[in-house]
Each structure stands twice: as structure tokens, then as C-alpha cells.
Design a protein around this ligand. Structure first.
Ligand code: HEC
Ligand code: HEC
Length: 297
């Protein structure tokens, strides 16, 4: 995404480069230039306005720190704005929705280079070449959205997990590797867990292991398909539209089905990952597994 964004920005800014090379440009000249742009290149008008937006935007961009950071009301206000303006694509909880390919926004702050300022900018400019639209909110409104997104952001585990990673590896191989990959080895019914501790808090990870169905990952929604021959196929949904569905079946084979060839598509509530209770794995067993996962990053 960022490459697209950058390319577009360089391209869009090139007409403005004229202003930049002019020795101390004054307002009248800029206005005249702007006029010429408008008259001579009506079709470029849009581009020009976007450029102005980007220039203004980049001034705001210098402000990396959310001025509402310490205001607890900001996240609430931003939450309402989010549900009204963004939820159709990103989901009411910002975690994305099945049918639209818009990202889970609770994860982005764990990526390098993503901060309040960069998120502000994306909300304002949109993402050129994608359906993510630009928004003409006031600065304050955009910052409330940033506050809201911060409040739902998933934080990684920063402190070292107290456990025995060697024992964790053994437990992982016995209980988890069937479905999860770490560093290229293991199954793929569940998500790759190689860098999971940098994206999830320790509490969130423990919850995922004790009660997987409480919060099922977006690309791992469980489904049961009933074929016209009355066979049952279980798996996780990889993509779905009105006519077809692609799943990773429980034998970890990617399969596509035309819906017309299915008797029923049952969206399940229970994760394909089993619950690990205390008698399966004690708390200290889980710490060992997690310390193994953390040691692997
Ligand atoms: C029409 C659908 C749509 C709407 C409405 C929409 N978005 Fe997006 N948004 C997207 C898509 C698609 C992307 C991914 C763009 C890409 O990278 O190709 C995206 C990307 C983003 C990103 C960057 C995510 C990242 O991982 O870097 C942020 C932040 C964001 N949207 C916030 C918002 C906010 C806040 C709103 C409401 C004010 C909003 N979006 C409304 C579709 C939408
Ligand atoms: C039978 C397959 C299976 C086994 C065995 C299994 N998992 Fe999972 N796991 C899944 C699936 C499918 C998901 C995604 C759906 C969900 O979130 O519940 C998942 C999700 C997770 C998540 C959430 C990842 C995220 O992105 O938040 C964690 C953490 C996890 N598993 C850890 C483990 C650990 C640790 C073990 C072993 C103790 C294990 N799993 C055993 C299938 C499995």
C-alpha cells in the first residue's frame, strides 16, 4: 500500500514542483499559477486540489502526536464517527468484515512506521488505487478517529514471557503444530504463529488458547458445507461471494465450491481450534509454549 501511496504522491506533486523551484514564491504568483492550471488544465483541476490537500496535509503530518491523546472522550466520539462512516468496510469493531477486503485496523499499529500521524494522513487522503476513500473531516474529527483506533489497537507482548522455551517447543509440537506453522514448519489450518507475540498481548494469547471461539480470526471463520450428496466438509473460509466459496478444509487442502453445487453453507460459531482447558495445558504449560513462540521471533 505504501508504495502505491508514495508513487502516486510523487506523481501528483510534480506539477507543484514549479512552486517549489520558484525563488521565494509569492501569493499572487501562486494564485496566477493556480488560475492557469484551472483554465488550461480543467481536467487537472482535481489533481491540483488533491495536491493542495496533500501539501496542507503534509503540514498537519508534521504533527505526529495526537493532541487529543489524553482526552478520554475522544475515543468515544471517534467510535461513533467510526461506526457511522467506516464500519461498512472495516466492521463495527474495526476488525474487518468477511465480505469486504478492507484491513483489520486493530493490528496496524504493530507495524513499523505506523503511528498516529501516518494514520491521520491515511484517513484524510484515503489510499489511492483502492476503495479506501479520502475524507473531508476536520482535524479534530480525524484525531478522534485516531484516538478510537488507538483504543482498540492490539498491542504486542513487549516484556519477556516467563517460561521454558525448550519445554514449550515440545508442547507446541504435541498440541499445536498440526494446525499452526512456526518458521515455515507445521500445519496451516490455523494462522502462522511465527511472530504472534509481537502482535498480541500475553492475555489475548492465553484467551485464544483457553477459549478460541470467543474471538475467531477473520480469515479463519469456521464453516460446514453440505454437498448435494449430503457429504459434510468442514473448514475455514478463505473467501466467499454470492456464487462461490473457497475454504481450507480440515485436512488442510484448499478447495473451491460453487454454491449451486452445495445443499447448505453453515457458518459455525465454534472455532476449529479445540479449547485447551487446565487439564490439557496448565497455566505454566501455556507460558512455556508462549515463551517458545516469543523466542522464535
Ligand atoms: C469503501 C470502503 C472503506 C471505507 C468506507 C473506509 N475504508 Fe479505510 N480502507 C479500506 C481499504 C480497502 C483499505 C486498504 C487499502 C489498501 O491498502 O489497499 C483501507 C485502509 C485503511 C487504513 C490503513 C490501514 C493499514 O493497515 O495501514 C486506515 C487507517 C483506514 N482505512 C481507516 C479508515 C477510517 C477511519 C474510515 C472512516 C472514516 C475508513 N477507513 C473508511 C476501505 C474503506
Ligand atoms: C485443530 C487445529 C488447531 C490446533 C490443534 C490448534 N489450533 Fe490454534 N487455531 C486454529 C484455528 C483454525 C485458529 C483460527 C480461528 C480462531 O481464531 O479460533 C487458531 C487460532 C489460534 C490463535 C489466535 C491467533 C491470532 O491471530 O490471534 C492462537 C494464539 C493459537 N491458535 C494458538 C494455538 C496453540 C498455542 C495451540 C496449541 C496449544 C493451538 N493453537 C492448537 C487451529 C488450531
Amino acid at each position: 500500500m505504501s508504495e502505491v501511496c508514495q508513487l502516486k504522491r510523487v506523481f501528483l506533486l510534480s506539477p507543484n514542483a514549479i512552486f517549489v523551484i520558484l525563488p521565494s514564491p509569492n501569493q499572487t504568483r501562486i494564485r496566477m499559477m493556480a488560475k492557469r492550471f484551472q483554465f488550461n488544465f480543467l481536467k487537472l483541476l482535481n489533481v491540483f486540489l488533491v495536491c493542495c490537500g496533500l501539501l496542507l496535509g503534509s503540514q498537519t503530518f508534521a504533527q505526529e502526536v495526537n493532541p487529543l491523546e489524553r482526552d478520554p472522550r475522544a475515543a468515544r466520539v471517534g467510535g461513533s464517527l467510526f461506526r457511522a462512516q467506516c464500519a461498512t468496510c472495516h466492521g463495527a469493531d474495526a476488525k474487518g468484515i468477511e465480505t469486504i477486503d478492507a484491513p483489520d485496523l486493530t493490528l496496524m499499529f504493530t507495524r513499523d512506521g505506523v503511528n498516529d500521524g501516518s494514520v491521520f494522513q491515511v484517513i484524510r487522503d484515503g489510499v489511492p488505487g483502492s476503495i479506501m476513500p479520502p475524507h473531508s473531516f476536520t482535524d479534530t474529527e480525524v484525531w478522534t478517529l485516531v484516538s478510537y483506533l488507538r483504543s482498540v489497537a492490539v498491542a504486542g507482548t513487549t516484556s519477556p514471557i516467563d517460561g521454558d522455551p525448550r519445554r514449550g517447543l515440545t508442547l507446541f509440537n504435541e498440541n499445536c503444530a498440526l494446525c499452526h506453522r512456526v518458521n515455515g514448519r507445521g500445519g496451516s489450518l490455523g494462522p502462522d504463529l511465527s511472530a504472534i507475540t509481537s502482535r498480541r498481548s500475553q492475555t489475548a494469547l492465553v484467551n485464544s488458547i483457553r477459549d478460541p471461539s470467543a474471538n475467531i480470526g477473520r480469515r479463519f471463520k469456521p464453516v460446514t458445507l453440505v454437498t448435494t450428496a449430503n457429504d459434510l466438509v468442514q473448514g475455514t473460509i478463505k473467501s466467499e461471494d454470492a456464487f462461490s466459496i473457497q475454504i481450507m478444509d480440515s485436512n488442510q487442502i484448499l478447495r473451491g465450491f460453487r454454491k449451486s453445487a452445495l445443499r447448505e453453507v453453515i457458518h459455525e460459531e465454534t472455532s476449529l481450534m479445540p479449547n485447551f482447558s487446565d487439564s490439557d495445558l496448565s497455566n505454566s504449560d501455556i507460558d512455556d509454549v508462549l515463551s517458545f513462540l516469543q523466542s522464535n521471533q
